[in-house]
Design a protein. Sequence first.
Length: 120
Amino acid sequence: MSDYLPFGGDTVTVLHRVSGESYTPCVVLGASWQQRAVRAIANRDAELSDETICRIPAGNVVPDPGDVIVLGTCSESAADDIALTALLEKYRAQGAFRVQSVADNARPGMPLAHYAARGN
């Protein structure tokens, strides 16, 4: 049984690559979802974009870079990267994002064991 984060009241779906090129939906209860605007400098231009951090309690699926996370429940799977991109665009208005990095905060001795997936 997975633990819940005390500040995690969200349900999310991780479209996670299990084998080959296909992605399977994995529903996670007790997650935390935070979106914020971030500014990046590229070629002397400031660009504003949204960044999302989803904290998933330890004991659930560990997201990998390239996976997609949807806020809420999603039962759809993706046969390949093209289908995954289509699902990302379908759920982007709800805040769906492609995982760019994952921090493993579930190591022994870590308080509130969880995985922090970040992306936009």
